[in-house]
Design a protein around this ligand. Structure first.
Ligand code: SF4
Ligand code: SF4
Length: 452
């Protein structure tokens, strides 16, 4: 008998699941941010007036945890500008005026990959990052340290947020790229078991993945209940393998690598064709959108161009989100560009966002009961409001995955997930200060010892 962690039932609204993705023609210009991944922003290597093509390297990775960036259109560099990211932070971006031709870079070539080091370097060069939304550079994730073994590669095909179906389309339309990526990774990293975790509300994708699995005995498909947040890393590892990732640890600490299905497809495509990550399949949906669909978009395309491509709005959107309604970011401007890890652009009506008025906590315990990690968001809120950072540390707010289940079920409409995010930031600052103080003390002690 299998046990499942707590979660919630959210409306699926997978309106676009059966629609094959449509390729968007080149917009007039793209604005490509240098920070589309976790880690250090990439460093621009082009200047105003430079001619670029689809796949031309325009920014180098600046350090190990960083990722190179390629032009998504052919045209001319118009400027290095500031852009506001969906999370609200500013970052440098390269603005390129398109010539409308989408001419590929003549230097694109298929990488030669025959061992682990070459595979990791190829993944780095492909510019692939976690495409489920996390944006973690994939070459870092797959660079398994010596002495660590990977018993399972878990492919995340859960796609548990409402509306979003871009991963579903990958599993249906790009299973050949997925298979190639999975097989090369498994061959060169010596992984013998691959589990594709997929929710039971995706019949077409399940059939496609099962067919793919027939061609390689290492691959199995695990059909899981449609319960949010099925795609959370810890949740998926537990549900597919029964392994518990301890607090503060990673899947690798229990012998697993978790990778999104679109990420392995992007890696497979690069290994086959040498074309780096320059496009992204984005679900465009929401009650305010004229014609919801999945669109293959050049990275750096503005949301306004993307929404225009799908026929614009039926009415004034109340809220525009990058990502899903549970974990996505609401954006203030339609100039916001599509990034490597953008999986959805939603324009929601007021009725879809209907909010409740905050009232007093009635101590029903629903927030804790539905938290997949068994955390106590009500206690986080109390500690945060009293500025009790030691308590936040004890309560392990740091492991909250910000899934939003607690907020969703709270009858008092408490801003629980928002408070969790603020609490995590407060705790991070407190721990950094504590570390800095300890280092200073150690230094002082060392100097005193030296001076007798
Ligand atoms: S947001 Fe954090 S505390 Fe709330 S349910 Fe998700 S993991 Fe638990
Ligand atoms: S769900 Fe809301 S009302 Fe219920 S205990 Fe948690 S914070 Fe209080």
């Amino acid at each position: 008998m299998r046990f499942f962690l707590n979660g919630i039932h959210v409306p699926h609204r997978k309106n676009t699941a059966s629609m094959k993705a449509v390729r968007m023609p080149s917009p007039q210009a793209v604005t490509i941010p240098m920070s589309m991944h976790i880690g250090k922003a990439a460093k621009p290597i082009v200047k105003v007036g430079d001619r670029v093509y689809v796949g031309t390297l325009i920014a180098e990775a600046d350090g190990y945890v960083s990722s190179p960036i390629y032009s998504s259109v052919s045209g001319v560099v118009k400027g290095i500008v500031d852009v506001t990211l969906p999370i609200g932070a500013m970052c440098r971006a390269i603005k390129i005026e398109s010539d409308g031709e989408m001419t590929p870079d003549a230097d694109i070539s298929v990488p030669s990959v025959s061992n682990k080091a070459e595979l990791i370097e190829a993944i780095r060069k492909s510019g692939t990052v976690g495409l489920g939304g996390a944006g973690f550079p994939s070459h870092v994730k797959f660079n398994v340290p010596e002495g660590k073994n990977v018993s399972e590669l878990i492919i995340n095909g859960a796609e548990c947020e409402p509306y979003i179906t871009s991963d579903t389309r990958t599993m249906v339309d790009k299973s050949d790229d997925m298979l190639y990526g999975i097989q090369r990774i498994c061959d060169l990293l010596n992984i013998n078991r691959v589990i594709i975790g997929i929710e039971n509300n995706k019949a077409e994708a399940i059939a496609s993945m099962k067919k793919m699995a027939e061609s390689d005995s290492r691959i199995e498909v695990d059909v899981l209940p449609s319960v949010y947040p099925q795609g959370g890393e810890k949740v998926l590892v537990y549900h597919t393998t029964g392994k518990v990732i301890p607090a503060g640890k990673l899947p690798l600490d229990v012998g697993c690598i978790v990778s999104n299905c679109t990420t392995v497809a992007a890696i497979g495509n690069y290994l086959k064709c040498g074309i780096p990550l320059v496009n992204k399949c984005v679900t465009v949906d929401g009650g305010a959108v004229s014609k919801p669909m999945n669109v293959i978009v050049p990275v750096g395309t503005s949301l306004s161009d993307l929404f225009e491509f799908v026929g614009g709005f039926k009415g004034e959107p109340y809220k525009v989100l990058i990502g899903g309604p549970m974990m996505g970011q609401s954006v203030e401007s339609l100039d916001t560009p599509v990034m490597k890890n953008t999986n959805a652009a939603l324009a929601l009506t007021k009725a879809e966002c209907k909010g409740k008025t905050e009232t007093a906590c009635i101590h029903c315990g629903a927030c804790t009961n539905r938290c997949p990690l068994g955390l106590d968001p009500r206690a986080f809120m109390r500690a945060y409001r009293c500025d009790n950072v030691e308590e936040l540390e004890k309560l392990r707010v740091d492991i909250c995955m910000e899934c939003g289940c607690c907020s969703y079920v709270c009858p008092a409409a408490k801003p629980l997930v928002e408070t969790n995010k603020l609490s995590k930031a407060k705790l991070r600052a407190y721990l950094a200060e504590k570390r800095a103080k300890a280092e200073l003390e150690n230094k002082k002690f060392g100097e005193e010892k030296k001076n007798g």
